[in-house]
Design a protein around this ligand. Structure first.
Ligand code: AMP
Ligand code: GLY
Length: 431
């Protein structure tokens, strides 16, 4: 089988490594991929957002199955266009992708179908939003409606901060058209859990839970990033929480999307907060998370392609999705300065890391002399699985210590909080 994967980061690298385990897969093409992915798949330099380019490539180079991984092409209707060509795909169509691409859509859906989430108001008018933040309870969270590279959320402790966040989004165009509408919502507290789930629009099969580490610095300090590391399973996701999530969030969301005429097929990512009042949705993503995928897929025992095809063919109910009993840790190695300005083109020395861990490439390239160099903010994900979380973390850090480049940064405490919580919790292991 010939497979196409759209995207070019660590998530796509992890997906490709897993797809390759199916002996029926004869060729994987990745658009655009990166230097690491090029060792596992044929990479063609067509941007993931160039939907016309992707469609004409597929017209000339037919594939049997396509996986569209990032949010932008999904929101731009890449799956709709590939379906129109008769290509089977994994990923939601544009209508279903609104669950991530529009926070107003997602919040209204949750309100209408009683899915627990933070209380909120949506605004299209800056004056009304500015007036609202003069009296709303604090802290308050201001969110741009549309996709904003994970930067559209501002947690505001004071009215001045809230006012500034509203102005930045709605009047100063900080997030482009994504900030034309905003959601202002209640600040929630509690541990966060990411649950990725396969769904074919009818049934939902959650994967093993995970925990992201979004802030750039140790101890959750500094600005938000795309994710500096992950562990799985998440010890806060107890059997009781898992049961409540299924009943109160996962199934109602699938039913709600169906009832709205936009059944969701693909990987639905539930960003959850476990509050005093139970689990609540912080955000939905219409795709695999990055770097959640890098810890979740290595623990998947079932064949990924079989599951993805079952999602597309709406036969997920009959397809087992099993995970191993182990644990996984991914430490992200990033460029100095990230998530702000950073330099590219630094030569990477992997040392012995590849023998010690699975290395998923997020932002790498080859220079004119074929040396591996940095080409993004997040550069490499160093991932290990083991029978227990502590060992997975130790192994990932041992391998991360092998890698060097000028200005490399990484968090030293990925999984630390999870380990301390774990000693008090019994963990649920997916379906
Ligand atoms: P998002 O980009 O929607 O994932 O939000 C980024 C981060 O902001 C989340 O992972 C949370 O840590 C935080 N956040 C978002 N919404 C809320 C909220 N209502 N209350 C507290 N924290 C939030
Ligand atoms: N790691 C969070 C995300 O993929 O959005």
């Amino acid at each position: 089988m010939k497979i196409l994967v759209v995207g070019g980061g660590g998530r796509e690298h992890a997906i490709i490594r897993k797809l390759k385990q199916n002996p029926q897969v004869t060729q994987i093409t990745c658009l655009p991929g990166n230097a690491g992915i090029a060792r596992d798949a044929k990479c063609v330099p067509i941007k993931a957002t160039d939907i016309d380019g992707i469609v004409s490539y597929v017209r000339e180079n037919p594939v049997d199955f396509a996986v569209v991984a990032p949010d932008d092409p999904l929101a731009l209707g890449c799956v709709d266009r590939l379906h129109a060509l008769g290509v089977k795909c994994f990923g939601p169509d544009a209508k279903a992708a609104r669950i991530e691409a529009s926070k107003v859509f997602a919040k209204n859906l949750m309100k209408k179908y009683n899915i627990p989430t933070a209380a909120y108001e949506a605004f299209e008018d800056a004056d009304a939003a500015l007036e609202y933040v003069q009296t709303c309870p604090l802290p308050v969270v201001v969110k741009a409606d549309g996709l904003a590279l994970g930067k559209g959320v501002t947690i505001c402790m004071s009215r001045e901060e809230a006012e500034a966040a509203v102005r930045a989004a709605m009047l100063e165009g900080a997030f482009g058209a994504s900030g034309n509408r905003i959601v202002v919502e209640e600040f929630l507290e509690g541990p966060e859990v990411s649950v990725l789930a396969f769904t074919d629009g009818h049934v939902v099969k959650p994967m093993v839970s995970s925990m992201d580490h979004k802030r750039v610095g140790d101890g959750d300090r500094g600005p938000n990033t795309g994710g500096m590391g992950t562990i799985a399973p998440n010890p806060c996701y107890t059997p009781n929480v898992a049961k409540r999530c299924m009943r109160e969030i996962f199934l109602p969301t699938i039913e709600a999307m169906k009832a709205e005429g936009c059944p969701f097929k693909g990987c639905l990512y539930f960003g959850l907060m476990i509050t005093q009042d139970g689990p609540k949705v912080i955000e939905y993503n219409c795709r695999f998370g990055d770097p959640e995928t890098q810890v979740v897929l290595p623990l998947l025992k079932s064949d990924l392609l079989t599951v993805m095809m079952a999602v597309e063919n709406e036969t997920l109910a009959d397809t087992p999705v099993r995970f191993s009993d182990g644990a996984a840790c991914c430490v992200m190695l990033a460029s100095g300065g990230y998530p702000g300005k950073y330099e590219k083109g630094k030569t990477i020395d992997l040392g012995n890391a590849e023998a010690m861990a699975e290395i998923f490439h997020s932002g790498t390239a080859l220079d004119a002399d074929e040396n591996l160099v940095t080409a993004g903010g997040r550069v490499l994900g160093v991932c290990c699985t083991a029978g227990d979380l502590q060992t997975a973390i130790e192994r990932a850090y041992a391998a991360a210590g092998e890698v060097k480049w000028d200005g490399m940064i990484y968090r030293k405490d990925i999984g630390k909080q999870a380990l301390s919580i774990q000693s008090r919790m019994k963990v649920y292991r997916g379906c």
